[in-house]
Write a protein that binds this ligand. Sequence first.
Ligand SMILES: [Zn+2]
Length: 811
Amino acid sequence: MLSLVSCFRRYSKKSNLVKYLIEMPKDNTEHIELGQKQRIKIREKSKYYSPGIVNLQVLGNGANGGSSSIYLFSEQTRYLFNCGEGTQRLAHEHKTKLARMENIFLTRKTWDHFGGVSGLCLTLQDVGVPSLHLHGPAGIDRIFESSKKFVVLKNMNVVTPECNDGGFYEDSVMKVNYVPLKKVLKSEMTSERTGNEKTDMIFKDDTDYYGYENGIEGSSSNSSIEAKESFQVEADYEDTVMAYICKLQERPGALDIEKCVDRGVPPGPLLGQLKNGIDVELPNGLFVKARDVRAPAFPGSVFIFVDIPDESYLQSLIKCQRFKRHQKTAEKDDDRAVVVIHFSPPQMMENKLYKQWIDEFSASTLHLCVNEQNEFSGYFAAHRTQRQLNELDENVFPLLRERHPCLTNNEENFTKKMKIDEENDKFKYYHQLQILSTFHIRPAKGFDRSYEPCSNPEKVLEETILDEDSMKLISEFKEKIVKRSREERAKEFPKVITLGTGSCIPNKTRNVSANLVHISKDNCAILDCGEGTLGQLVRFYGQDGADDVLRKLSFIYISHLHADHHLGLINLLTRRRQVTSEKVLVIAPAQINMWLAFYNFRIEEIYSTFEVFPCSNLLAKRSHIEQDVKDELCNRLGLVDIKTCYVKHCPYSYGISFEMKNTLKNEHSEQETFKITYSGDTLPCDELVELGKNSDILIHEATMEDDLAKEARIKMHSTVSQAIDIGRQMNAKFVILTHFSQRYAKIPLLEKHDKNVAIAFDNMEVTLNDLPMMHLMYEPLKAMFSDHFRLLERKALKRKIRDEKKVEMNL
Ligand SMILES: [Zn+2]
């Protein structure tokens, strides 16, 4: 199935750039060291004290292709239970403090539970977390090892402890007991995995994709690529899932000074001992017991996390004796679970046996579901920005179709509870969880909605209102443009939707790289898919619309193997499997096979969802395939032509160009075909210019502002002007700039604005008839984001002054 290509030859000689990279100063890690020192100090200090405040908070509620993730925090430390794609982005948007996070507990190791770990690790490293423990079912270590290739962790140690039955993790806050639950297959189901290829030959990939940033020689090009060592892999799944029974450490009650005085305890160290729970002997020979002079202790409440993927795990759950102790049958009141968090999917929540198991819990136990039955993903900022952009143009920036509980003003939606058991309506209600829904474990105040952003819908709506200046410029813009009807526009192809337009780490308004191109009515392609792409798709189209796109998807293109360009692939593939059994073509660097094979043979079967077609087979200059194979490929993809070239970024980085038929010929334009070129990540690249000659649309990265050209060169990216210039050299009709650095959360600074240049935003949809008016949007956009814009201008000015000073000093 996989046609692996292992030999590449690079033509470029060792450049001056490499020498320059070797000499350049390395990343500044001072703040990381400082953060780590502080963290270790706090940890030492709090080692012996049980915290007074412990809360559970929803960080990802599992809605609309988003992650399910629960954040547990105390004054001392923080924990995460599950970490799907986008967890880092949500934490950033909702200002969840991650600096004291040292333990992540995973209920499963599939990508929907693990997909956010890599991205989160980068953030944790940056805030100075010295080491991270990753707990979970057997095999967590392997998936972490494998994904490490895309995420470089130089300053943080990640440990994956063995989580056996009966084992536990313990610190001053709580004890977490591991409860592995095994899959029990019915006899007729035992052969369910046969039929797929069980073994494969895989080439080992030891490329350092980030080497160039650290000046490692040769790593900035596609050079020194030899035939790699190969090895045989066989399917070997570990199917265990993990439940966690957590118990807070008991917290001693406060010392009652009056009682101490009554018993004649003198001021001084004896008081301190009593406070710490130690009985003392007074100078007069009397004994004082600590429990007699202290308020009652805070109990160690019990809370449980459970995740049953499907029926085959039910027997293991039901038979497990360890839950019994925390259900109705508990010996002590304190042993009854105060809350059970269910990561189990909605269909399990409807399962009769599962409901019976839930019924075994006491009436006082609250059940919360963190799964796709929740309705809103929690990306408020994306909705807010889109609502503002929608004022400017409702076609180019359509309102996101994911339902929004505040913006749709639907109170019912927001307070909805779900009854799970009709016959037994005593207590089993499930709250509709929002981001930041909170459960107070200590003090025991229970469920609390007051932290949810939607608890104040007026405020959320208010933030989307634009000022008068912006509205004036918007109406001027609207007067200038030619309006087409919605129906007319719907027929126009190609249509480009920039789903993710930020680089490296996602921020509130820009997710990492992803572009959707509708080639025709029933055919589309995705160009790069960073972490959270599935969620972006669902937010833009709603679940049904997103499924429709996945069904029509003929290929997914991955430009290179940096994390921000491909970590969203597996979730796309597994979701797509639910709507079609047809394989999608993944056009990617052949080295991606190593990762996909690992996932397929160790974590879960995915080979039935895709075929890999190596980018190198489509090289315009050195094509590896025969013309008839190429024709067949174009036929399958509904294209006239498709080709790639090497670009100047990390090893195996490609640019792509493809042509499609003009489906509306004669009606609107005489042109036979349309051509789209996508740069991926690159320095200005001559080969790309050649590849994309006379493109109708060039989608080009523009990571840096112009005055950061030096930085762009080091990181092997382009500046805004360089990207525009490549478009000019290519004779591209239109250029869409994307992949903006984090610092342009909203809008990048342009020196001058060419008429054929558009700035991409997340959730922007354009056709060839929209593009001619995109340049007119720049002034209203500047006004809409004026605060942000002024900040950028100030920063640029500061840099300019600093640079001028440097020049003066050198003179
Ligand atoms: Zn990159």
